[in-house]
Ligand binder design. Structure first.
Ligand code: HAM
Length: 369
């Protein structure tokens, strides 16, 4: 027998039953985000590799080992997009959106690609719904995007949510802090896992993510970036928190929150769901005040988030599975009626009815027999 070809590891088919639940995610995202002034944007599935190397950061796991990159045949390296923020910022610059009233608010629902170890809730092609507000450094924009994500997750009945919130300050302060943390980690290197030790130079903050007990013990005494913020950054963070308090959004300030992308400045956040396993992050984001400029654009601070569609559905209550209603069902008896039934169904659809034609020939056999 000929060998069966299967979908690649870490990918999945969206079958009609799944599509119904996914349509609800799209409908609710459109309803909530468009009411708040967000317009839909879709960028290409692949971009110049340089966009992610520069945008997401050379030191990140995403750029180091998770990108599907290929030569376009003309010596140029392209990459299937691993995330949406850098592409949206590229589009903002390319289309001169800095000339529009700011902030420019954009949302997307697209598929993304990361060469990760596949497991429940973690795929190599997955979908994200995301929102970006570019062109304002007002803490009210940070609070608003968090509010919108909370509203979306609530509308989609995502269970067991917890919001983690922190601030990374400005790049200068972070660079100084990173040095301080490196020195601390080197001091305690003998108690760190080999993984954490190997990351001291490239990405010391990742040690806060460690699961190894000895490493966690070391990290419990580590200096925290949140204690090193400049006056302006601390004030910005205080205002974000105050606005969230006013909106009755519960959160935990968590100075150990590490996001896997390097473009963040100031506010970072993540919604986790207790209904998920190890991959508990449902959606996250933060502020990226230097990204647009790093991509060759004008200075334009931004903030936003993305949430995984598959994780939303895994963490949500029972998805709606009712099939779409039918107004008219056309069946026919005998082949001589087929053309007429076919024409009638078409006419009914043109008149605005949800009409379905009997395709399995169930009644036809009865007339013949
Ligand atoms: P991220 O945290 O890398 O952020 O991804 C956002 C969400 O996408 C995650 O919380 C998770 O639900 C989902 N996700 C990520 N990787 C996978 C995977 N392999 N399989 C299934 N779901 C996954 C970003 O991508 C940023 N661009 C978010 C952002 C927007 N920051 C500012 N603006």
């Amino acid at each position: 027998m000929t060998e069966r070809i299967q979908a690649p590891r870490g990918t999945f088919d969206v079958l009609p039953d799944d599509a119904a639940a996914r349509a609800v995610v799209e409908r609710e995202a459109r309803r909530i985000l468009e009411a708040a002034g967000y317009g839909r944007i879709e960028t290409p599935s692949f971009e110049a590799t340089e966009l992610f190397a520069r945008g997401v950061g050379e030191a990140t796991d995403i750029v180091q080992k998770e990108m599907y990159s290929f030569d376009d045949g003309g010596g140029r390296s392209l990459t299937l997009r691993p995330e949406g923020t850098a592409p949206v910022c590229r589009a903002y610059v390319e289309h001169g959106m800095h000339k529009l009233p700011q902030p420019v608010r954009l949302w997307y629902l697209s598929s993304f690609f990361r060469h990760e170890r596949a497991q429940a809730g973690r795929y190599r092609q997955f979908w994200q719904v995301g929102a970006e507000a570019i062109g304002s450094d007002d803490p009210a924009v940070d609070a608003e995007v968090i509010l919108l994500l909370a509203e979306l997750l609530d509308a989609l009945t995502v269970r067991g949510l917890r919001l983690r919130l922190s601030s990374l300050g400005s790049p200068g302060v972070r660079a100084e802090y990173r040095e301080e943390l490196r020195a601390y980690l080197r001091q305690h290197a003998d108690r760190l896992s080999s993984e954490a030790r190997g990351r001291i130079d490239l990405n010391p903050l990742r040690a806060f993510d460690a699961t190894d007990p000895a490493t966690r013990e070391v990290m419990a005494g580590a200096p925290l970036l949140l204690d090193r913020l400049s006056g302006d950054d601390a004030e910005h963070f205080a205002q974000v928190r105050e606005l969230l308090d006013r909106a009755d959004i519960a959160y935990d300030v968590d100075p150990t929150l590490v996001r896997g992308l390097d473009y963040y400045t100031r506010t970072v956040f993540e919604f986790e769901s207790a209904a998920l396993g190890a991959q508990s992050g449902v959606g996250g984001g933060g502020r990226y005040d230097g990204l647009v400029e790093a991509l060759g654009g004008p200075p334009a601070p931004g903030t936003g988030w993305a949430a995984g569609v598959e994780r939303i559905l895994l963490a949500a209550g029972a998805p709606p599975t009712a099939p779409p209603p039918v107004d008219l069902y056309v069946a026919y008896v005998g082949d001589e009626q087929r053309a007429e039934a076919f024409a009638l169904t078409g006419a009914a659809r043109r008149a605005g009815l949800r009409a379905q034609l009997e395709l399995a020939g169930r009644l036809r056999g009865r007339a013949d027999g």
